[in-house]
Design a protein. Structure first.
Length: 464
């Protein structure tokens, strides 16, 4: 309870930089074996934790610490960055997650909610170029596809970034496969969900220093991305994969309540229709992957907006509204990819129920986020779970939990079977690349080879 009080007391003074005060005062935890829980504390800090706080509590008892690290990282990554961005990946320490509110003589003021730190990371598409040449410096502006130049001029706010992926895997894996279009996720308004992969400076520096943006330099190399630890000042490699939905306006079939989403303006370029449009997007899914000393197969934390989809077998509350589920469509096939070119909404359900430990962590953070400001958009996000593997564990074998999926990012691979699950799949197919799939994007590419790995015998659509 003491930790909570400290956090709350500090909160009343200033909502930034609490982590340090709070952590310094935190008593060292007891060394006990077996399942236990930590006090309900939370941290609001723009700094990603260097590692989990380890205690001798066994694999299951450790999960709460991993969940804490997951949520603390989520807070740090969704911390607003200064706008305009000077240096990528740097938080605005004068602000707070969700946007600091304050009262002046002129009335109530609110600092910007975003762009947030991870959004300022480097887009994967700006690192792996064809032909493989050294990418532009980390802080250079994002490339805008030529098809979007007019829209970029007309919509400077949206031009900050362009989203080009409607499938959850890039063209490296889907190239030439006509069925791959079925990998899309379509919301209740018939709109595609858009995906992007963002990489931090440590990732960028590692790839550039080793010239791994050229696939020929990867052959035979021992690939090991830098990890952070509690005992060194090394920074971690951080990777984020996000899923965004187009926010439906008042005229749409199912208008969205924009106050329940973290939103951004962006240009979306559809490779299928070759059209570029400025859109207001709402964040629906976020993968956070961080390499630390204690988590040599990375931390795999995944978050979702709370209205995405119900869980199979649950009673649907009357009047419930979901981003990717229509309660009145009883005959709709569940978790089926759309036919090529079809914009019929995908009927999505969660297959594995939400984890209790992760859910109670989310409640703590959601409540705390609301304390910062009652309309904090981040209170509408939750941790699905965080997967990890301890030291010395064979590659591709998670310690906890055995499987993990996000309804917006692994919609069609939620069942607990191989190779579903983050570490399971990344370890199995990208084990020689330190579980990183982006390295497969490097040119010259061998996309067909990897695609074949994913093809499930007899399946019409590819699995991932
Ligand atoms: C069945 C395979 C599979 C599963 C399961 C899977 N992924 Fe991935 N993941 C991929 C592929 C393939 C890519 C590359 C996609 C691309 O570049 O377009 C990828 C990309 C990523 C990236 C971008 C960085 C990278 O390594 O390429 C992150 C982050 C990520 N996945 C996180 C997760 C998390 C978290 C989970 C579990 C909740 C998960 N993945 C489950 C196959 C999988």
């Amino acid at each position: 309870m003491r930790q909570k009080l400290i956090a709350l007391a500090a909160l009343a003074l200033l909502p930034v930089g609490l982590a340090h005060a709070q952590q310094a005062d935190a008593p060292a935890g007891p060394t006990v074996n077996g399942r236990q829980f930590t006090p309900p504390y939370y941290v609001f800090s723009p700094d990603i934790p260097a590692d989990i706080v380890t205690q001798n509590v066994g694999a299951i008892g450790l999960q709460v610490y991993v969940d804490n690290m997951a949520w603390d990282s989520f807070v740090a990554l969704n911390w607003p960055a200064p706008n305009p961005i000077v240096e990528r990946g740097v938080p605005d320490r004068e602000n707070v997650i969700g946007g600091f509110t304050y009262t002046t003589e002129g009335g109530k003021k609110t600092m910007p909610t975003g762009p947030v730190v991870w959004e300022t990371y480097k887009d994967s598409d700006d690192i792996y170029l064809d032909p493989p040449v050294k990418p532009a410096p980390f802080d250079a502006a994002e490339r805008i596809p030529p098809q979007c130049l007019i829209q970029a001029k007309e919509n400077p706010a949206a031009a900050r970034r362009t989203l080009v992926r409607t499938a959850k895997i890039s063209d490296v894996l889907i190239g030439g496969d006509k069925q791959s279009d079925g990998n899309r996720l379509v919301d209740q308004n018939g709109q595609n969900v858009w995906y992007e992969v963002k990489l931090n400076r440590v990732y960028y520096d590692y790839v550039v220093t080793n010239k791994f943006y050229d696939s020929r330099n990867q052959s035979g190399a021992k690939i090991a991305f830098p990890a952070s630890s509690n005992t060194t000042d090394r920074s971690a490699t951080v990777k984020v994969k996000a899923a965004w939905k187009v926010l439906g306006g008042s005229g749409s079939r199912q208008p969205d309540d924009a106050t329940r989403f973290y939103t951004t303006d962006a240009l979306v370029f559809d490779p299928a229709t070759k059209r570029c449009e400025a859109r207001k997007l709402g964040l629906v899914g976020l993968h956070v992957v961080i390499k630390t000393d204690q988590l040599p197969q990375w931390l795999w934390a995944t978050f979702e907006q709370v209205d995405n989809a119900p869980t199979q077998g649950q009673t649907i509350p009357t009047g419930a509204k979901y981003n990717f589920f229509n309660p009145s469509c009883t005959g709709c096939k569940v978790n089926q990819p759309p036919a090529t070119g079809s914009n019929t909404p995908t009927q999505v359900m969660r297959v594995i129920p939400l984890d209790d430990v992760a859910a109670s962590k989310s409640t703590i953070y959601q409540t705390a986020l609301k304390t910062l400001r009652p309309d904090n958009v981040w209170q509408y996000y939750r941790l699905v779970n965080a997967q990890w593997a301890g030291k010395g564990v064979p590659i591709g074998t998670p310690t906890q939990p055995p499987f993990l999926a996000n309804t917006t990012l692994e919609t069609y691979m939620q069942s607990p079977q191989q190779p579903n699950g983050c570490i399971n799949c990344h370890g199995k197919f990208a084990g020689s690349k330190d579980l990183d799939f982006q390295l497969f994007d490097a040119y010259p590419r061998k996309s067909k080879q990897l695609l074949d790995l994913f093809r499930v015998p007899g399946a019409t659509a590819m699995k991932p």
